[in-house]
Design a protein around this ligand. Structure first.
Ligand SMILES: *Cc1c(COP(=O)(O)O)cnc(C)c1O
Length: 428
């Protein structure tokens, strides 16, 4: 038996579900996941040597395309100097300065390894700063897998969080209030009732983990106004949108309000494990070792990861965003046309260059809407695209990711695959 035969069976025998993160298992589209051997530019290549045009982009980080030569070179050079020191480095300072140059409110930056750690730390910092316990999150927003943020909504537009996973205790989510996204009235009511107990509201700048559901005009500004009025903090989670939708993330794209804390991940690490939280100096200095809010990490600010992040941000100039924006618009149009031609009910929703396709007629403004779509149609569409060697995110609730490396040839391969995939989605 060669080493790729039965790889998924071997994987499942030794790794739960055969994967290191659940969505990779194809659970919501069925079938066996594609094992990737390597990637370059807009392509991923599986263990059998089949090349796919990739629309996952490692779930966002590959803004420049996979294995950009200058990013790879920066990582190789850093590796040759040593993998990890457990001591400060100049690259961390440069990367933090690069973040602040793009996002002025990010006066100070703390690096961690995952988006989960970034949001978890932001929540702890908000609680430490305010001396309050409650956190408000929105249903359908994903902030990683820390216990307090794995809270699910009960029934109703604003409820005390319920454990969103086995193993999360009621106590861990008892201080998390879950509110329907885009519902200012429900948020106001929560603050009227418990405003003096709320440490922070956390929200995705533009949610893209329930499919893409942009905030209604004025929604984020309303969060800012309500939190300020009640002495609570506003945390904008830009782990997905940060440095992807605009040189300064969703905050740069939307503008008009300033949160207290912002979290980054994905693009900031350029494909390596790196994430960050950032905010005003006074608030950030409440973190250890200056302040009383403890936070630490053996591999935080890892030299290979900071090298990849720094190279990525240096290369991600305005022209990169122009290309990704244009490719995104091109693909949105082509997908919409193909689904319309095949009479498949759909709505394409956009947040900057992020978009997703909901297989339903009406616009989606919250998680309840997002769930009311034809996920079976998506699964058929997904597999028909995969059969034609175009790799979409394997779930109807994920954004599609373009990169600056998606050239005419790659776009052409996607566009040519769309009509038959749309027919498959229609069930005809
Ligand atoms: C991916 C993501 C996270 C979690 O980041 P990890 O690095 O997977 O822990 C948090 N928030 C948002 C908005 C994300 O998209």
């Amino acid at each position: 038996m060669d080493e790729v035969t039965g790889l998924f069976d071997r994987a499942k025998a030794i790794i739960p579900g055969g994967v290191s993160s659940p969505v990779r298992a194809f659970g919501s589209v069925g079938g066996a996941p594609v094992f990737i051997a390597r990637a370059h530019g807009p392509h991923v290549v599986d263990v059998h040597g089949h090349e796919y045009v990739d629309l996952v982009a490692s779930w966002g980080p590959a803004l420049l395309g996979h294995a950009h030569p200058e990013v790879v070179e920066a990582v190789q050079a850093a590796a040759a100097r040593g993998l990890s020191f457990g001591a400060p480095t100049s690259a961390e300072v440069e990367l933090a300065e690069a973040v602040r140059a793009r996002v002025p409110m990010a006066q100070q930056v703390r690096f961690v390894s995952t988006g989960t750690e970034a949001t978890m730390t932001a929540v702890r910092l908000a609680r430490g700063a305010t001396g309050r316990d409650l956190i408000v999150k929105f249903a359908g927003c994903y902030h990683g897998h820390s216990d307090a943020l794995l809270a699910a909504a009960g029934s109703g537009v604003a409820t005390q969080g319920l454990p969103g996973s086995a193993g999360v205790t009621r106590a861990a989510t008892a201080d998390t209030v879950v509110v329907e996204f885009n519902d200012v009235e429900a948020l106001s009511r929560v603050f009227e009732e418990q405003g003096d107990r709320i440490a922070a509201v956390i929200t995705e700048g533009a949610p893209a983990n329930m499919g893409v559901v942009p905030p209604a005009a004025g929604f984020n500004a309303a969060i800012r106004e309500i939190t300020s009025r009640h002495g609570a903090l506003m945390i904008v989670d830009e782990v997905l949108t940060g440095f992807r939708v605009h040189p300064s993330g969703w905050l740069g794209l939307e503008g008009g309000y300033e949160p207290d804390l912002v979290t980054y991940g994905k693009v900031i690490g350029g494909g390596m494990p790196l994430a960050a939280l950032a905010g005003g100096a006074e608030l950030m200095q409440l973190l250890a070792p200056v302040g009383p809010v403890y936070q630490a990490g053996t591999l935080s600010g890892n030299p290979l990861a900071t090298a990849a992040g720094l190279a990525t941000l240096r290369l991600a100039d305005d022209s990169v965003y122009r290309v990704v924006d244009a490719r995104s618009a091109e693909l949105r149009r082509a997908v919409g046309d193909a689904l319309t031609a095949a009479s498949v009910p759909h709505v394409v929703q956009t947040a900057g260059n992020l978009f997703s396709v909901f297989f339903r007629e009406e616009a989606v403004s919250n998680y309840e809407d997002a769930k009311a779509q034809d996920t079976g149609a998506f699964a058929r569409f997904f597999h028909a695209m995969l059969d034609q060697r175009v790799a979409l995110p394997p779930s109807a609730f994920e954004a599609w990711f373009l990169t600056a490396a998606h050239d005419d040839a790659a776009m052409d391969r996607i566009v040519r695959a769309l009509p038959s995939a749309a027919r498959a989605a229609s069930g005809a």
